[in-house]
Write a protein that binds this ligand. Structure first.
Ligand SMILES: [Zn+2]
Length: 179
């Protein structure tokens, strides 16, 4: 996985394209949590679930159907009315993209197994055709090692900078709409 920070940054940058003035902070919190939740599957390692299993790391929780289900559940449960200026459908779209971005970033890393984009219908694992992101070690303690710098550098280049550009774009479009 890219580190949790980078998943959150990706989700926040996608959020700038949906955000409308007056939308509460919960909007950002929900998007961030949705982008981090897929990696809860690492808990399965402790339960004896193998990486390559359907419920293993980068399995079901990293799939597109899961992203749709999670976005639907969160929207329906907590934000059925949407927010002022941002309807439930747009919010669903944001949360779907925030969750799905996690799998796509994982599929751009250079290590581990691929992402089961179509689980639970298929456990085939996929990488994108382009994998410039150095894979981040699983677990925080091992994150602060000699590899960390190389990982951070690749995440900065391939996630943080594009995220900043996307945020600028989202902000620019909103400003144009406002004027
Ligand atoms: Zn992941």
């Amino acid at each position: 996985m890219p580190s949790a920070f980078s998943h959150a940054i990706a989700a926040l940058s996608i959020g700038t394209c949906f955000y409308r003035p007056g939308v509460p902070k919960r909007f950002w919190v929900a998007g961030t949590l949705c982008s981090l939740l897929p990696d809860l599957d690492v808990l399965g390692f402790g339960l004896g679930i193998n990486y390559g299993d359907p419920l293993g790391h980068r399995g079901l929780t990293h799939s597109l159907p899961f992203a749709a289900a999670l976005a639907g559940l969160v929207t329906f449960t907590f934000f059925r009315q949407g927010f002022p200026g941002l309807g439930g459908k747009a919010l669903f779209a944001y949360l779907f993209l925030a969750t799905a971005s996690h799998g796509f970033l994982d599929a751009m890393t250079d290590g581990g197994l691929g992402v089961a984009f179509f689980a639970p219908f298929s456990n085939a694992r996929y990488f994108l055709f382009w994998t410039p992101i150095r894979v981040s070690p699983i677990g925080v303690s091992r994150f602060f090692t000699d590899r960390a710098l190389a990982v951070l550098k690749s995440e900065f280049l391939w996630i943080w900078i594009p995220a900043m550009l996307l945020a600028l774009f989202g902000w620019g479009v909103r400003k144009r709409e406002a004027t």
